[in-house]
Design a protein around this ligand. Structure first.
Ligand code: ZN
Length: 243
């Protein structure tokens, strides 16, 4: 089984049917992240049609200005298979007036994850050190750090907390990601494509879910193992998440 541990199914828009065909044909377990209440509703609708989809509810650090209230979210929190995408971003998000709100929303979701015993799928850009201290002060079931690109000297601290890392679409492009793959033990690696625009941003074209195969190929090359073994190890890691 293939594992896409961080996708944005609601971003495929007119290409949703094609993306779903791929997910069904390749049997890709897909952790579909929602970043607003509206996106979560669309993920719920798609998940009804596809057995491989795990529903993620979160408020993305870029969307904290749209979601002004944290009241009345219980139906989504209870229904979701995991919480994501959540996190902090002090790098891409230039509107520093929302940083305080980002921390309120992120803290809220970590508390809910403790309460509901749900996995979290986290965006860490520019806040890698701070997020580590948040994670140390919460008892979480399972944590996925999505597309890590922060200081490599923090990786061991994250690993010591039992955290899993996704390798994303810049495998084969980014020297930092290559080094990250080298440093991570195979029992903590997951694979992901993120949304279709992430591949476009890298100049790799529209990012359909089958891009996962190229990422697995890159992991196999760096680790010196077969693609088959990468698939088996990543799937074993997924099973330990308890989703
Ligand atoms: Zn994402």
């Amino acid at each position: 089984m293939l594992v896409n541990a961080h996708d944005h199914l609601s971003h495929y828009k007119e290409n949703t049917a094609k993306a779903l065909d791929m997910i069904n044909n390749l049997q890709i377990i897909t952790l579909a992240n929602g970043q607003t209440v509206e996106e979560y509703a669309s993920i719920q609708a798609v998940a009804e049609k596809c057995p491989y989809i795990k529903k993620g509810f979160g408020i993305h650090p870029w969307s904290v200005d749209e979601q002004t209230s944290l009241e009345n979210l219980e139906p989504y929190l209870a229904d979701a298979d995991f919480f994501g995408e959540i996190g902090l971003d002090y790098f891409w998000e230039k509107r520093s007036q929302f940083y305080g709100r980002q921390r309120e929303v992120f803290g809220f979701f970590l508390e809910q994850a403790e309460k509901y015993h749900k996995l979290v799928n986290i965006h860490t850009k520019g806040a890698e050190r701070e997020i580590l201290s948040y994670l140390r002060s919460h008892q979480l079931e399972a944590t996925i750090i999505h597309w890590y690109s922060g200081p490599l000297d923090l990786v061991k601290d994250y690993l010591d907390l039992g955290i899993y890392f996704t390798i994303s679409v810049d495998a084969g492009v980014s020297a930092l990601t290559k080094e990250l793959i080298r440093r991570l033990p195979m029992d903590r690696i997951l694979t992901e494509t993120d949304g279709p625009d992430s591949s476009e941003w890298l100049g790799l074209g529209y990012g359909f879910p089958d891009r996962l195969l190229a990422i697995m190929d890159q992991i196999a090359k760096v680790k010196g193992i077969s693609e088959r073994e990468v698939e088996e190890r990543v799937y074993a890691n997924y099973l330990r998440l308890g989703l």
